[in-house]
Write a protein that binds this ligand. Structure first.
Ligand code: DCM
Length: 131
C-alpha cells in the first residue's frame, strides 16, 4: 500500500523560515512544525499545501521546489516538504497552532521542532541566507 502524504511548507520570507507551534493533539501540542496537513482526494501536494496554509494561517502562498527527502510519520503517512513564498497576507495562527515565529538561519534551533520535521528543517535551512 502506498503511504498517504502529509505536505508541509517551508515558508520563506525576507530571509527567514516560518515555524508554527501546534496546539493539538495533546501529544504534539507545544512542539514546532512546518505548517501543512494531509492531502485531500484528488489534490497534488502543492495544491494541498496552498489550501492548508490558507486555512491554517490565512495567507496566500506560491509553492516552490520540493525539499529532497521523505520522512515517516504515523504508520501509513509520510511527510513531504515544499518551499513556499508568501504572496499576500500576514500569517496568523487561525487553526491547529497557537504561536508563529519567523526564524533566521541562526535561530532555527531555538524552538523544539517535532522530531520528524527536524531533517526537513535542516534541508530548508539551505534556502536561507547566511551560515
Ligand atoms: N505533521 C507532522 N509535521 C508537519 C505537519 C504535520 O508531523 N510539519 C503530522 C501531524 C499529524 C499529521 O501530520 O499527525 C497531520 O497533520 P495535521 O493534523 O496538521 O493535518
Amino acid at each position: 500500500m502506498t503511504d498517504r502524504v502529509v505536505v508541509a511548507g517551508a515558508v520563506l520570507d525576507e530571509g527567514r523560515l516560518l515555524a508554527a507551534r501546534r496546539s493539538a493533539p495533546p501529544e504534539l501540542a507545544g512542539r514546532w512544525e512546518l505548517p501543512g496537513g494531509k492531502l485531500e482526494q484528488g489534490e497534488t501536494p502543492p495544491q494541498a499545501l496552498v489550501r492548508e496554509l490558507r486555512e491554517e494561517l490565512g495567507v496566500e502562498t506560491e509553492p516552490g521546489e520540493r525539499i529532497p527527502g521523505e520522512w515517516p510519520l504515523a504508520p501509513g503517512y509520510v511527510l513531504q516538504v515544499w518551499t513556499a513564498r508568501l504572496v499576500s497576507g500576514e500569517p496568523r495562527p487561525l487553526e491547529d497552532h497557537d504561536e508563529l515565529r519567523w526564524l533566521y538561519r541562526h535561530e532555527l534551533d531555538t524552538v523544539d521542532w517535532l522530531d520528524q520535521d527536524r531533517p526537513a528543517v535542516a534541508e530548508a535551512a539551505r534556502h536561507l541566507p547566511g551560515g
